[in-house]
Design a protein around this ligand. Structure first.
Ligand code: BGC
Length: 255
């Protein structure tokens, strides 16, 4: 039980990768704050999955795109759990559009969720850690698209590229506080974010041809890495991106 006695706050934890991470961290002994944008049954089910593992869970609702609400979410989490050791910035969205059709509304939604949210939630977490005079762990769920172009998903790529530099910058600035900051970059994981793709056989076949390991990833594939980064085993790991993509990012071959 690598995470016994720790409390982790995971955003966007009502489904997909976030839910997988919550279950794995709880299995490893952590109590969990399930942070969600809007109250929903799935968030309660995620919390129940934690309790089924004999760990404590709290669902906290807040719009993390607001710095004030992000601070409030952290305050409520600390009030409920006593203290926080780990934050997993997982909540993320993508909107497909040709660049010339991308709207300001969608741009703002994607950047607010994927980049502004992690920025201010991490800031609130760091203030909590500073007040207590101890270190902690920040884990961002990024994407292979923090590096790899993804035509028609430019706002998404901009947000993930930004998340990469947020991570690198904070790793250096927060190291003296004993806070580590890392990204996990998933490839194609089977979750609600790519439901449209997985229901379109032609697009799915084209994607599969690019994945050397020959399958979509599952939330559990990502969750194992999150548990590692959250644990003492990763105390000397900071400022880095760990890929979990079945070989997608560096795939190139000639026939
Ligand atoms: C995106 C998916 C995409 C995958 C591989 C992920 O970051 O959310 O839509 O299928 O990258 O390109």
């Amino acid at each position: 039980m690598r995470l016994q006695g720790k409390t982790a706050l995971v955003t966007g934890a009502s489904g997909g990768i976030g839910q997988g991470i919550v279950e794995r961290l709880a299995t490893e002994g952590a109590d969990i704050i399930v942070a969600v944008h809007t109250a929903n049954d799935a968030a309660q089910e995620t919390a129940e999955a934690v309790r089924a593992r004999s760990r404590q869970a709290w669902v906290i609702v807040g719009d993390l795109a607001s710095a004030t609400q992000a601070a409030d979410v952290v305050n409520r989490a600390v009030a409920a759990a006593g203290r926080l050791h780990i934050v997993v910035n997982n909540a993320g969205i993508e909107v497909r559009a040709p660049f010339w059709d991308a709207t300001e509304t969608d741009y703002d939604r994607v950047l607010d969720t994927n980049l502004k949210g992690p920025f201010f939630l991490t800031q609130a977490f760091v203030r909590h850690l500073r007040a207590e005079g101890r270190g902690g762990k920040v884990i961002n769920i990024s994407s292979v698209h923090e590096d790899l172009p993804f035509p028609h998903f430019t706002s998404y790529c901009v947000s993930k590229g930004g998340l990469r530099m947020l991570m690198r910058n904070l790793a250096i600035e927060l190291a003296p506080l004993g806070i580590t900051v890392n990204n996990i970059a998933p490839g194609a994981i089977q979750t609600p974010i790519n439901r449209k793709l997985t229901h379109d056989q032609a697009r799915l076949d084209a994607l599969m041809a690019q994945i050397p390991l020959g399958r979509l990833g599952q939330p559990a594939d990502v969750a194992g890495l999150a548990a590692f980064l959250a644990s003492d085993d990763a105390d000397y790991v900071t400022g880095t991106t760990l890929y979990v993509d079945g070989g997608l990012l560096w795939n190139y071959a000639e026939q």
